[in-house]
Every structure is written in structure tokens, then in C-alpha cells.
Design a protein around this ligand. Structure first.
Ligand SMILES: Cc1cc2nc3c(=O)[nH]c(=O)nc-3n(C[C@H](O)[C@H](O)[C@H](O)COP(=O)(O)O)c2cc1C
Length: 184
């Protein structure tokens, strides 16, 4: 899942069924979040038509591959995620702690929804799918097109599908242990 799986550059035409979409969420939801706050929300764009609703928000290099992805996902965070805390975490007054501090709530929602988006990448890989995360898009445009009613905020996008036959380019290097890590 780390060494062999790659970010895909093309897609197989094999569709991603609704059962698989549900299976993805059923894995992602178990990934840990602080205080079990679970702020991520997922908008699944299951048709070319639905992906077309945010085509104008995509930066030019991302348009075709996102439109061609069998499944498009908007990973969002719910700014009022804390309203679910009474059901998700019985600790007393936790909801009010976040509700009374906008800065803390925003930071918590962004941190944990981003993590949950990472869990989605690994859930896709675990199910034999490939995931292509995308940050090249206009979040205001996506929010206007899809999220006006919910108030959710767009964090990043993802194309998901079975990988196509075009091999990805040679893999870019990663920082070695000594450049990226410190032991104290
Ligand atoms: C948060 C995030 C945003 C990304 N945004 C884009 C993007 O806008 N367009 C794009 O072509 N690739 C995007 N990528 C893909 C990365 O460039 C790719 O995953 C990375 O280079 C690793 O490639 P590898 O898995 O083949 O080693 C993004 C990846 C991440 C994790």
C-alpha cells in the first residue's frame, strides 16, 4: 500500500459501484480522529454529469483526468462537526468546548478531515483501487456548486478508480530518514 501503490495517471473504464463507495466509507469511518470528532464529509460524484458540476473549479491540468475518473470525491469538513459530539463522544461539555472557540473548531476540523482524506487514499488502495488526490481547484467554486445548503468546506478532491494501463512516470524520490526525522 505504500511501496507499490502509485498515484494513477490513467483510469480503467471499470466502474466503481455504489457498493464499493459504501465499502470505502465503512473503512474510512474507523480511522482515528481527535476526541472521535469525525469532521470529514464526503461528496461522491458518481457520474460524468455530476463531476461536470465542478468542472469549472478545476485547474486546467486536472480537468480531463478528473472528469474521466470513474468516481470523483470532494473531501469536506463540517464547521459545526461538534453538534455530533454528544452522540460520538459522551464526555461532558465537549460540544460546548468546541462551539465556544471558533479558532479551535476550525483547526480541529481541518486537521482531522485532512487525516480522514488520507485514510480514504489508503482505504481505496486496500480495496484494490487507485486514488489521485487533487489540490489544484478553487474551493469557493466547489462550495458554491455543491455545498451551499450544508455549509461544509471543501478540503481537497480525489479521483478514485481502477488504474489504467498507462504506467506512471518514474517515481520521484522521498526524503531519507536523516533529512526528515530527528531523534531526541
Ligand atoms: C493533497 C494532494 C494534492 C495533490 N494535488 C494534485 C493536483 O492538483 N494535480 C495532480 O496532478 N496531482 C496532485 N497530487 C498527486 C501528487 O503529485 C502525487 O500523489 C505524488 O507526486 C506522489 O506520486 P506517487 O504516488 O506516484 O509516488 C496531489 C497529491 C496530494 C496528496
Amino acid at each position: 500500500m505504500f511501496r507499490a501503490a502509485r498515484t494513477p495517471v490513467s483510469w480503467s473504464p471499470r466502474p466503481v459501484t455504489e457498493n464499493v463507495v459504501c465499502a470505502l466509507y465503512e473503512l474510512v469511518k474507523w480511522g482515528p480522529t481527535s476526541a472521535n470528532c469525525s469532521p470529514a464529509r464526503f461528496i461522491f460524484l458518481t457520474s460524468r454529469e455530476s463531476r461536470g458540476m465542478i468542472r469549472h473549479a478545476l485547474s486546467a491540468p486536472n480537468v480531463e483526468r478528473f472528469m474521466d475518473a470513474p468516481l470523483g470525491v470532494v473531501i469536506c469538513q463540517d464547521p459545526v462537526f461538534f453538534d455530533h459530539l454528544p452522540e460520538l463522544n459522551p464526555e461532558e461539555n465537549l460540544r460546548d468546548w468546541f462551539a465556544s472557540d471558533v479558532g479551535l473548531a476550525e483547526e480541529t476540523a481541518f486537521r482531522n478531515a485532512t487525516l480522514q482524506g488520507g485514510y480514504l487514499i489508503m482505504a481505496a488502495r486496500a480495496l484494490g483501487l487507485a486514488a489521485w488526490p487533487i489540490s489544484g481547484f478553487d474551493s469557493d467554486d466547489v462550495e458554491d456548486a455543491l455545498m451551499a445548503e450544508t455549509g461544509w468546506r471543501a478540503n481537497f478532491l480525489m479521483g478514485i478508480g481502477y488504474p489504467g494501463e498507462t504506467p506512471p512516470p518514474e517515481r520521484a524520490p522521498r526524503l531519507d530518514f536523516h533529512a526528515a526525522c530527528r531523534l531526541f
